[in-house]
Design a protein around this ligand. Structure first.
Ligand SMILES: [Zn+2]
Length: 100
């Protein structure tokens, strides 16, 4: 086994895991479920005003960035697919209950 560099596995100072959002580049705490995020995006005010990945409002320059908007749309599509999957599995469950 190779010796590991001490830097690699250094634990964070805080208890919570802080990540940097892949979508808007802001630090965030990944404590929101995808349902929360989808809700925030769908019932959010302006399009792209809330980052679908971390549900924070991006800074002005990120908000206007085309690449960020593409990442947002991709993430929203992913959340919507999760939503549809959850819907159809809920439907299947209730169908099974009814026929019993
Ligand atoms: Zn974000």
């Amino acid at each position: 086994m190779k010796p590991k560099l001490g830097l690699e596995m250094r634990p964070a100072n805080t208890q919570e895991v802080q990540l940097v959002c892949n979508c808007c580049g802001q630090p965030y705490y990944p404590n929101k479920s995808w349902e929360d995020r989808l809700r925030a995006v769908i019932f959010g005010t302006e399009r792209f005003a809330i980052c679908p990945l971390c549900t924070q409002s991006p800074p002005r320059d990120v908000f206007q960035d085309e690449a960020h908007r593409r990442r947002c749309l991709a993430e929203v599509r992913r959340l919507q697919r999760l939503f549809e999957q959850a819907q159809s599995s809920a439907r299947n469950k209730s169908r099974r209950r009814r026929t019993k």
